[in-house]
Design a protein around this ligand. Structure first.
Ligand code: F6R
Length: 361
């Protein structure tokens, strides 16, 4: 049921404030994290996260959170690489497998490998009656509700929200942050659904930008820190929906090669919440502009006032505590892909060559 929306993708983008709030209500009670599984991060020295596609990008984002908030080392792998590389899995490893469907063949095979090596297996899934949920030691549902659109949207933000909650749990269990600090993070996390709701208002600005983006042959997305995986996600969504060639880069990598691609035909989407790395990202953005690149700057009002002079286009986001920015900045990334697909007339819910659940490798 599309409930009045033109596409499942539009419906699922719009549902995010509600599903995020419901999922958080499920896992946070009276300001405390309540998990339905017996998970104590003090039993682990490291975390390995494995997934495919958008779920992999949620893992890459979560690496920043686990490392910065809980000070626990994290490795992230693409499932198809992990399963055949057969990496050593040290004792006291928590292996987390993230999958909307819970059926992705490579992720499931990677899970079985980690299990055979004695790791403790946690799956983070949307479909609770799935092979991954069944074969794990513990499984946590992201509670996004049924996702029909092939392009993952609400499952991604719900994965992010739950993984951030797990990073906070890890921080408590390991004593990496004070109780007050963890509670303040939790209070901020609970404000994200309302901010996501507010950020859905950028639709019209994104629609305008999408008309121009639809004309491009190549597009770059740039971000630093936890916004780097978001740049990858923006590029993945745009590729799969509009068939335009898009790449995400860590802003600091620009001058190590990709800057050679910049000319006036290449739009560059800069994802720049006002965090500790804002000035660095902006200086990379200026290097792009100096070479004639067309910049689409996504930041909050103050960030755009500070750095928006001379850019091609801007998208103004609500202000947010930087740690939570990846959840919020997923919205313009999704909307840009959606509106570019509409402008190009491609099949939004069922892009060519793609399947919702990849059960063969
Ligand atoms: C992208 C997308 C895919 C999936 C990937 C993993 O929008 O939907 O990249 O994220 O195929 O699927 P799951 O999460 O079911 O393992």
């Amino acid at each position: 049921e599309k409930s009045g929306y033109k596409h499942f993708m539009a419906k699922e983008i719009a549902e995010q404030p509600v599903v995020l709030a419901d999922a958080q209500a499920h896992y946070i009670k009276d300001g405390n994290i309540t998990l339905p599984v017996d998970l104590d991060f003090s039993a682990f020295d490291r975390v390995t996260m494995v997934a495919c596609g958008t779920a992999y990008l949620a893992c890459l984002t979560a690496k920043y959170w686990f490392e910065q908030i809980a000070r626990i080392p994290v490795e992230v792998d693409i499932a198809s690489e992990f399963r055949y590389r057969e990496p050593p899995v040290p004792a006291r490893t928590l292996a987390i497998f993230v999958s909307q469907s819970g059926e992705t063949a490579d992720t499931l095979a990677a899970l079985h490998y980690a299990k055979s090596q004695g790791a403790t297996i946690l799956s983070v899934v949307n479909v609770t009656e799935s092979s991954m949920a069944r074969d794990s030691d513990m499984s946590l549902p992201i509670l996004a509700g049924v996702e029909v659109s092939v392009a993952s949207t609400k499952a991604f933000t719900c994965q992010l929200s739950l993984l951030l909650l797990l990073a906070l749990k890890a921080s408590s269990d390991r004593g990496a942050q004070s109780t007050e600090q963890v509670q303040s993070y939790l209070a901020h996390l609970q404000k994200t659904p309302a901010l996501v709701s507010q950020s859905l208002n950028v639709g019209d600005a994104v629609k305008e930008a999408a008309k121009l983006v639809a004309e491009a042959q190549d597009i770059l997305f740039l971000g630093r820190g936890a916004m780097f995986p978001l740049a990858l996600e923006g590029a993945l969504k745009l590729k799969e929906l509009s068939y335009i060639h898009a790449e995400g880069y860590a802003s600091g990598e620009l001058k190590h090669g990709p800057i050679a691609l910049i000319d006036k035909h290449v739009p560059v989407v800069v994802m720049a919440p006002r965090d500790a790395l804002f000035e660095k990202t902006i200086s990379n953005m200026q290097e792009v502009m100096a070479r004639g690149g067309k910049v689409l700057l996504i930041s909050d009002a103050a960030g755009i006032a500070e750095a928006g002079q001379g850019v091609w286009s801007t998208i103004t986001m609500p202000e947010i505590e930087p740690v939570f920015a990846p959840i919020l900045y997923a919205i313009p990334a999704q909307l840009l892909a959606y509106h570019t697909a509409i402008a190009k007339g491609t099949d939004v819910d069922q892009p060519r060559n793609l399947a919702k659940s990849v059960t063969v490798e």
